[in-house]
Design a protein around this ligand. Structure first.
Ligand code: AMP
Length: 419
């Protein structure tokens, strides 16, 4: 049947098996995010254009070429369909006084983003992102944890053939120094690099490292390495992130050419790639949009994954959403026990439990309140005393009874009690 109208280019209607999939994956992601300590946040699908021009950068591809603009009647009243989630979330943080909640504020969103790109494989003009943000934490553990959450999620849905690429862009001061060196280097090849790179050289030199053009790869290889320009503080921060990844055996690959598309990133950046797929499944990093939006420092970290791209990957493997395993809350009393608690968390995960924790709440009572809110029946509590004794407390959250378990055969003991 012929109708007089069509759906917009690069956008899709979803129904049948496909819409069933999206319903299930939304449920899975929502539960997973809450169990990992993130609260759901919703911000408008449209924002004032300034939310993005000031933060992503005027010269970023998204701002300069890809925004869907809605002009209002009044002068200067320009709204855009949001191209990404982070800037709107930080705007909401300031506008709604989320400073008054316990910090850091960990939130997740699951919603549509709009970019006027050339539609192609895995690249739509309307797509869905699952994003997480840990707002107001300078701790390198937050960078690590952001990557860990995506790593854990992909493992849970049996996607194993992926790698995490990671880099540090340093702070503004490191980048300023680096940018000068990069420009000096590329100027020598000004007439040899592709037209896009010639434009980047004047507008946004860091994006030179993003060039995929085969003829430019030899220059990219020889270009100065940003990691050699990090200041003492940025170097130490990055070292700590890497140490966490190493310690908890999260596989990664250092890639000093990874720069990401938006200007707001500083220090850690990462991207997740599935084997044999050229386009990224997810990405993110550390940023300070507080400084950019209101001159108030707000060190934060976050990342996002594309749900349509996730579906492309899941369609290639035999994916079924399984009933989840027994949930055990892992709580720690004091910073000294946090690393060990995280080790126990990973051990439980490797033994078919579903460990739940909130590593960003430092008070024990705050963590146990969180477990109660989630309705989790069993909590393991690691105190300084127990750590010294090689034991841990198992608390029945319903009846309040407690028993002591040995750490050396924790998972066996737990299986007997919790099943
Ligand atoms: P970005 O902030 O650009 O790194 O986007 C985060 C994630 O969203 C990407 O890793 C993709 O999975 C997904 N994504 C970004 N742009 C598109 C697009 N045009 N079409 C489909 N998915 C996208």
């Amino acid at each position: 049947m012929k109708i007089k109208t069509q759906r917009p280019r690069g956008m899709r209607d979803v129904f049948g098996d496909e819409s069933d999939f999206y319903l299930k994956i939304r449920d899975l992601i929502t539960n997973f995010s809450v169990l990992n300590g993130f609260r759901y946040v919703e911000t408008p699908l449209v924002e004032n254009i300034k939310t993005f021009t000031s933060s992503l950068g005027e010269s970023s591809d998204v701002v300069s070429k890809e925004m869907f603009v809605i002009k209002g009647k009044e002068k200067g009243d320009v709204l855009v369909l949001r191209p990404e989630g982070t800037a709107g979330v930080i705007r909401a943080y300031f506008e709604n006084g989320w400073q008054n909640f316990t910090q850091p504020v960990s939130v997740f969103y699951l919603g549509k983003m709009f970019r006027r790109e050339r539609p192609q494989y895995g690249r739509l003009r309307e797509h869905t992102q699952w994003g997480i943000e840990i707002i107001n934490s300078e701790d390198p553990f937050a960078d690590f944890f952001t990557i860990f959450v995506f790593f854990r999620f992909l493992n849970q849905i049996k996607i194993r053939n992926f790698k995490v690429k990671i880099n540090s862009l340093g702070c503004q001061r490191c980048r300023r120094k680096y940018r000068t060196q990069l420009i000096n280097f590329y100027k020598k090849y000004k007439n040899k690099i592709c037209v896009d790179c010639q434009r980047r050289l004047t507008l946004n030199p860091l994006r030179l490292l993003d060039c995929k053009n085969p003829q430019d790869q030899e220059y990219k290889k020889k270009a100065p390495n940003i990691l050699n320009y990090l200041c003492k503080f940025c170097e130490l921060h990055f070292q700590k992130v890497i140490e966490f990844l190493d310690y908890f055996k999260i596989p990664y690959e250092l890639d000093s050419t990874l720069v990401r598309g938006f200007d707001y990133y500083s220090r850690t950046v990462f991207e997740i790639f599935v084997e044999n797929e050229e386009i990224a499944l997810g990405g993110g990093g550390r940023y300070d949009l507080g400084e950019i939006m209101s001159n108030i420092p707000l060190p934060s970290c976050g990342g996002a994954m594309g749900i349509e791209r996730l579906k492309i990957i899941l369609d290639k493997i035999d994916f079924k959403i399984k009933k989840s395993s027994s949930k055990i809350f892992v709580a720690f009393a004091g910073e000294e026990t946090k690393a060990k608690a995280f080790e126990i968390f990973l051990d439980l995960q490797g033994n078919n439990f579903f460990p739940v924790a909130n590593f960003f709440k430092s008070s024990l009572s705050g963590q146990l309140d969180y477990a109660n809110k989630l309705g989790i029946k069993h909590a393991l509590i690691l105190g300084f005393h127990e750590l010294g004794q090689g034991t841990i407390i198992l608390k029945d959250m319903e009846y309040g009874s407690q028993e002591i378990l040995k750490l050396s055969n924790l998972t066996k003991e737990l299986k007997k009690i919790v099943g």
